[in-house]
Design a protein around this ligand. Structure first.
Ligand code: HEM
Length: 125
């Protein structure tokens, strides 16, 4: 029986978020605006975003156990997040979402709306 109470469970758990974040960072690694903001080794960034999203969407709370409260605005303060950078981030995440197989339409819409809202909120320039 599939637990339908969380989006995390509906989309198939950890594997879905790992695939999403892999596709996302694959694009970020070639983005001239975003790539310079990230560390040379993208593996820790990949793990942070994966575990954050898993926790946010109702999966295990490993993110907060390992990293503490998300405080995303404060954690993004060191990076100049212009409208252009936020748009680029969202475009890569939308492309990663489009690459997901068998995602239910309502779940896709919910994820899309969240990423659009969150990327807009993190603009700080
Ligand atoms: C708006 C454009 C954005 C830019 C340019 C951006 C850039 C960055 C950069 C450079 C880092 C530091 C490297 C790392 O530790 O991963 C980071 C961390 C992070 N970002 Fe973003 N980000 C953006 C939006 C978002 C959004 C919308 C979310 C959530 C939905 C998010 C979630 C995270 C998380 C969870 C971390 C790791 C925080 C930590 O535990 O240290 N970011 N981001």
């Amino acid at each position: 029986l599939v637990d339908c109470s969380t989006l995390y469970a509906r989309v198939g758990g950890r594997a879905f978020f790992e695939g999403l974040v892999d596709r996302f960072y694959e694009e970020v690694s070639g983005d001239p605006t975003l790539r310079p903001m990230y560390p040379d080794d993208l593996a820790p960034s990949r793990e942070h975003l994966t575990s954050f999203l898993i926790q946010y969407w109702g999966g295990p709370a490993d993110y907060s156990r390992e990293r503490g409260h998300p405080r995303l605005r404060i954690r993004h303060a060191p990076f100049p997040i212009t409208a252009e950078a936020a748009d680029a981030w969202l475009a890569h995440m939308r492309s990663a979402l489009a690459g997901a197989d068998g995602l239910d339409g309502a779940d896709a819409d919910e994820l899309d709306a969240y990423f659009a809202m969150a990327s807009r909120q993190l603009r700080n320039v």
